[in-house]
Design a protein around this ligand. Sequence first.
Ligand SMILES: NC(=O)c1ccc[n+]([C@@H]2O[C@H](COP(=O)([O-])OP(=O)(O)OC[C@H]3O[C@@H](n4cnc5c(N)ncnc54)[C@H](O)[C@@H]3O)[C@@H](O)[C@H]2O)c1
Length: 268
Amino acid sequence: MDRFAGRVAFVTGAAHGIGAAAARRLHAEGATVVLADVDTAAADGVARSLGDASGDGGRALAVACDITDAASVDAAVGAAAGRFGRLDALVNVAGGARPHPGLLDGMTDDDWAGTVDLNLAGPVRCVRAAAPHLARQGGAIVLVGSVNGLQSFGDEAYSAAKAGLSSLAQNLAVRLGPSGVRVNVVAPGTIRTRVWDTQGGPDRLAPLYPLGRVGEPEDIAAAIAYLASDDAAWVTGVTLPVDGGVLAGPLARLTRLEEGETGQEAAG
Ligand SMILES: NC(=O)c1ccc[n+]([C@@H]2O[C@H](COP(=O)([O-])OP(=O)(O)OC[C@H]3O[C@@H](n4cnc5c(N)ncnc54)[C@H](O)[C@@H]3O)[C@@H](O)[C@H]2O)c1
C-alpha cells in the first residue's frame, strides 16, 4: 500500500508505544514522518530505525516537541512545515494518565489541570499550530483518545479529558470540513506499551476482551492510518473505538466469565 506517498505526517508521542507504531506504519505506506516528542533521543532512534532519517531527502525527522507548551508545539510544527514544505496529517498520540490521588481522595486542582492539560489542551495546541498548514483537500487530523473517554474505567480526570476529544473532533469537523480537513478520534482499549510495566503488565486484563487478548500498538496504528488516509475520505467527526470488543458488552462479558467461560472459549 502506498496511501501516503508524497504526504507529510506530524506524529506526536512518536518516540514510544502507539506513536512509534503509527509513525512506522505511515512511513511504511509512503509518508514522510515527523516524529515529535519530549523524548528526542528515543524519537531520533525511531527515525533512524526507519532507515532514512536526518539527511536531505530522508523521510523521517525527529523534532523536540512538548505538547504542554504552545511555543514548543509552534516551533516543532514550523520546523516540520519549513523542512518539508507541506503538512498533510496531524496525528496526536502524546498523552497519558498521570499518577494522582483519586478525585475524592485528595486530588488537587493542579492534579486535575495537569492531566487535562496534557490530554485535552495539548492536542488543541497541536491542532492550532497545524491547521493552517493542513487547510486544503485531503488534510487529516487524528487524535488518540481512549475507551476511558467512552465508558467508566476509572481515573476521572484522564477519562474526562479523553471524552473531551470526541466533542473537540465533532466541532472541528464542522469548522474544518469546508476546507477539506477531516478530524477523527481513535479510542484504544488496553494496549501493550510501557505504561503497563508498572501495573503488572496488560495481559491480566485480556479476559475482559471478547477477542481474547489486549491490543498491540500496531492495532491502533492501522486505525490511525485508515483515518488519516483517503480511504476515510468521507469520515469525519467520529470516535472509533479500537478495543477488542471491550465496549461491546462488558456486563455480558463479566457474566460469561463468572459462569466459567475462559477468554479462549469466548473468542472461539
Ligand atoms: N497503552 C494503553 O493501554 C492506552 C489505552 C488507551 C489510550 N492510550 C493513549 O495512547 C497514547 C499513547 O500511549 P502509549 O501507551 O503509547 O504511551 P507511551 O508512554 O508508550 O508513549 C507516549 C509518548 O508520548 C510522549 N509524551 C509524553 N508527554 C509528552 C508531551 N508533553 N509532549 C510530547 N510528547 C509527550 C512520550 O515521551 C512517549 O513517547 C496516550 O495518549 C494514551 O493516553 C493508551
